[in-house]
Design a protein around this ligand. Sequence first.
Ligand SMILES: [Zn+2]
Length: 323
Amino acid sequence: MTDKYIVGVDLGGTKIATAVATKEGKVLNQLNIPTLAEKGPDVVISRIVNSIENLLSDLKIEKSQISSLCIGVPGHVNAEKGKVYKAPNLADWNNIPLKKILKTHFDTNIIIENDANAAALGEFKLGAGKGSSNMFFITISTGVGAGIILNNKLYHGSNNSAGEVGHMTFNPEGPRCGCGNTGCFEAYASGPAMAARAIGKLKKSAKLTAEAKILIDLVDGELDKIDAKTLSEAAKKGDKFSLEQIKENAYYIGIGLVNIINILDPELIVIGGGVSQIGEILFDEIRNAINKRCTMNVDSIAPVVPAQLGTDAGILGAISLGM
Ligand SMILES: [Zn+2]
């Protein structure tokens, strides 16, 4: 019998990562190329096709040996139809029948999925969620996305938009969100939201500016350089102001997760994305907020753990779709 392989593609706004893996999810070879998203869907799709063909020929694998070709897309996807409705970071991706187009190049099982859903499935099958059945995955970086695993399966919702937790209303009078609405969870919990609050406070208060000496030195006095990463670095060096900003952000994340727990009562909550890399100072405070505000859970509350796949989450997530 000829061996079968999974091809995974993590389509991002700046980079296309393509990998060929075994049925067990072991990556044999990977290729990263720039997306050139500004050139539109035709160019991007042909770059995906070329990437896959190059990898297969390097590994001397025939197209007929692909059991599944799986793509994580940063946008609103109809997984059943294999269609991309829209992808804000990819120019002109509106109603693209991606599965149908790829089928003309690869006559195999093709799976198109939202990237946060794919990352959730990756953690579920290969990372922090192994062994659970009901898992909630949230990724917090520039934006906030999520994937829901119920009874060992991805839950898409009736209209393919389950898991858009970044746009739960947190405070209708709150700051403007990238989606156009005001006061979304994302506008409180994302990395840029935390940085914007910190910058706003420092611009207003000389006392806080004096307290934030380590942070301000770290960004050479340029407040606009403050981001989740510099706040994390400064906090770890003992900067009290930065630590407070992280705790405040963790509190907001915790409140968002309490809302999730009250709806889903998951077995496990996995947090990924750049902001989660702040580490235990963030996680401790998230758990505190949850413990304080979860009033309806008598037995136990879902553990909150960091994602394990790190920078490979996108590509392993795509591969996990075919496992
Ligand atoms: Zn929003």
